[in-house]
Design a protein around this ligand. Sequence first.
Ligand SMILES: C[S@@+](CC[C@H](N)C(=O)[O-])C[C@H]1O[C@@H](n2cnc3c(N)ncnc32)[C@H](O)[C@@H]1O
Length: 511
Amino acid sequence: MSSWSEGYVNNVTYTHGYYPNLNPRQMIIPFLMARLPVPKVVNACELGFGQGVSLNVHAAAGRARWYATDFNPAHALFAQNLADKADPEKLLIADQGFNEFCRRDDLPEFDFIGLHGIWSWISEDNRRIIVDFVRRKLKLGGVLYVSYNTLPGWSAHAPMRHLLLQYNKYSSTVHSQEENTANAIAQTETVLSHSHVLLQNAPDILNRTQKLAQQDRNYLAHEYLNQDWQPMYFADIEKSLSEAKLSFACSARYLEDFAECLYDDEQRRLMEETQNPSLRQTIKDFLLNTQFRSDFWIKGRYLLNEEELRREWAKLTVLLLKPRADISYQITRHRTIQLSAELLDPLLDILQDYERHNVGDLMVQLAGKVNFAQLTNLIALLASLEELALVQDEDTIAAVTESTQKLNLELLERSSTHHNPIVHLASPVTGGAYTFWRMEQLFLLAHARGIPQAQWTQYVWGILQNLNQVMIRNGEALQDEADNLAELSQLKDQFVAFKYAQALRLGIVPA
Ligand SMILES: C[S@@+](CC[C@H](N)C(=O)[O-])C[C@H]1O[C@@H](n2cnc3c(N)ncnc32)[C@H](O)[C@@H]1O
């Protein structure tokens, strides 16, 4: 470990993931469902951005100006290179540790500060630095997004992480970190399989260790092999954040607060009987044995009245993201519930044209069939399942389209030269990112380069040939050119059937 890394893994870089919860727009629906006012976000901050995919998406596709840091220079350089391709004016990227970044005197006050996958993996000193930063720099009414490993959910399996760390600590520097991670998993599995008494306490721990072997090694190193790793009870993080004058707002996903999907009747009764809001969160984590929380916290809190709430909802515009046939009436979280077709069908009948629909208009169109509470509940559920998205206002869409499409073009071009593409493309229409697999990206690249649809398969096949790659069908590499073209042609037809039009509607590439 180098001195700047403070015991944090720095010999392998992090994955190129996208985390929608880091998008300030993600708060809109859960906030309204909790009757909370949603702040306008002008300045936003991300601490520990990893490869900066989420950061770049949100800077390019949203209105806020971003300020962000990650002390790993490889991460910061990657993020900066992406930003340079889109619009570098919309974000400040630093490669400073939190101790240095949080003391900068050129940062504005923030409406939103986000940290994903950070809180549990840094030292107590760094947590204190962040709390102090939030206290000084988060505006009144501003929002903190923080995710963290939670107790009691981690209590039974924490020994697994401890053993992984010990084996990694005593591993040889001659081997790569990837090899050491693989060895640590294998050795942890061996020890646990003989830890009979421990297995009686935590019967699932072995199964869980075995599953690690299938996960991305770089992700595992960042998740489990840092010097610091501290799962926490809700009450402990609440105590820390109260020093920055924050109160708990809600989960980042409405589904995580939707009682019908979480609790059985007795558990619901217990939750309803628990009046104190902090104690309710603790009880929730015990009832569900929560292992990971992703929450919003606010500085200053009041509740909207019924009239204000309706007005806020009526301003929103939504867009259906999935083919209607793929929308399930069943939702499973801790429990499975069935959505009423009598309520959902009239809404989907309207949304299935894939146009943008204003929620105020939907209230009028659905009057007599679906009331306000039912409508907002359905929208909130569909949004938390990523089956529906909120649309940004017209001015914002016009202002961010160019930077977003430039970012996407860079990602699409990357797909044509890299084996492992970044599978997330940004939408100026919603301000978020959506998954497009490699071949889908190459078809979009063909579109962006003005190649007629009839030639897309040949075009993509040319890219694969340059990289000495072939298609795989049923686990078998296709050697024959005709087989490759047939496989690509089938994928193209699937893409054109829905996702291509969706990409155009989302403004991912110019039409
Ligand atoms: C688990 S990764 C999460 C990355 C990103 N937030 C995401 O979810 O994709 C944690 C990141 O925090 C960075 N980091 C850890 N400690 C830090 C510190 N003290 N100062 C700045 N960055 C830090 C690491 O380099 C790493 O990229």
